[in-house]
Design a protein around this ligand. Structure first.
Ligand code: SAM
Length: 362
């Protein structure tokens, strides 16, 4: 596993990308969720010290700043309660100072200098005693390895109606230790399942990675997520260091996260992963392969009439690596005479596909 870093450490490029994704998502999440909930909860389960040696902000500071921004713009009805968890005493002390410096008096937060699992146990106990549900929550679970994130907590988080999880899944470490007998107990907890053992017998690296991703994605779906999207973070040697996995029940949340990942992808050679059943091509940085998306749509809806645009959008967002599809695919197919469109109420204008549009695949 990772060697011990100092209390505050240098910010590597992939962390900047991860933060760009978090920042992009929260910029959309706070206004959406807090505009129709009195109270939302933000949990940063592995908060870190709040800043890096070069002065870059850590995840807790990014979250507070996005929240304050949305608040200043008057885009929130309710407020948020932040829970920052950091087990290392020295990092926790730095975190206290960093958070106090940005939070002012208008942000409600708690800093827990304890292990994540202990804090989560306490939260579940409190909720059980009060017979209460967790408020709509965004949980960022960003550990160094895989030993301190029992899946039981992720499952319980996702069992709540409006809870989303962004999870750093350290595939590099998982892959390295999969065959180590002494680690079995950790893996049983990490997956909350014993079926991971079958991954050991897969020796081809790409095959094992794909099988792992599919297995973990399935665990998240079984836990209550409706959509799971991964973003693959590679190291300088181009091998997978971790997957950022986003799990949600909300198509709106999925769209905001995909936009954030899409924007972050433009910053370098990081990629969405090939997470569909081999249908969606990996999204390659500057120019997504839209002819491939056109083919996918023709194949998926072959000969179907009056397909709702909302269903097409869900397919594109949840089942492919693409984000944009109207101008990029549907308009092209319409121009080529491969689809026709109409509107539930009103007249269809060629090349436009607003809500209420019905598409027929010829
Ligand atoms: C990857 S870093 C977090 C970085 C931070 N989320 C960010 O993006 O700026 C992981 C942090 O988790 C802390 N940590 C390690 N084990 C922990 C545990 N069991 N519970 C909570 N925090 C832990 C480490 O001290 C470290 O600061």
């Amino acid at each position: 596993m990772s060697k011990k870093l100092p209390t505050v450490w240098d910010c590597p490029p992939h962390t900047l990308v991860k933060h760009k994704i978090l920042e992009g998502y929260l910029g959309g999440w706070f206004p959406i969720l807090a505009s129709w909930n009195d109270r939302i909860v933000y949990i940063d389960g592995f908060a870190g010290p709040g800043r890096y040696t070069g002065g870059e902000s850590g995840s807790p500071i990014i979250a507070i700043q996005r929240y304050l921004e949305a608040k200043e713009k008057g885009r929130l009805k309710g407020d948020a309660f932040f829970i920052f968890v950091e087990a290392d005493a020295k990092r926790c002390e730095v975190l206290r100072q960093e958070v106090a410096a940005v939070a002012g008096s208008s942000v409600r937060y708690e800093i827990e200098c304890k292990p994540y699992a202990e804090v989560m146990d306490g939260i579940w106990k409190m909720l059980d005693e009060a017979k209460a549900m967790l408020r709509p929550t965004f949980a960022f679970i960003d550990p160094f390895g895989f030993s301190h994130t029992p899946f039981a907590h992720t499952r319980r988080l996702l069992s709540n109606p409006a809870t989303e999880v962004l999870f750093t899944c350290m595939y590099g470490d998982v892959n390295r230790f999969l065959g180590v007998t002494e680690m079995e107990g950790h893996f049983d907890g990490f997956f909350e399942d014993k079926d991971w053992r079958r991954l050991r017998s897969i020796t081809a690296p790409d095959e094992r990675k794909a099988a792992f991703l599919e297995y973990f994605r399935k665990r998240l779906l079984d836990a209550g997520a409706k959509y799971v999207i991964p973003f693959e973070m590679k190291d300088a040697a181009n091998s997978t260091q971790y997957f950022l996995l986003f799990a949600t029940k909300s198509i709106k949340g999925l769209k905001v996260m995909k936009s954030a990942m899409y924007a972050a992808d433009k910053t370098g050679g990081y990629t969405f992963s090939d997470y569909t059943d081999a249908r969606g091509p990996t999204l390659l940085v500057a120019s997504p392969n839209y002819p491939a998306l056109q083919r996918l749509l023709l194949e998926r809806y072959s000969k179907q009439s009056d397909v709702r645009i909302e269903d097409i959008e869900e397919f594109v967002l949840a089942q492919t690596s693409f984000l944009y599809y109207k101008k990029e695919a549907l308009a092209v197919l319409e121009e080529a005479g491969k689809i026709t469109a109409s509107k539930r109420n009103g007249k269809h204008r060629k090349g436009t596909f607003p809500d209420g549009t019905l598409v027929t695949f010829l």
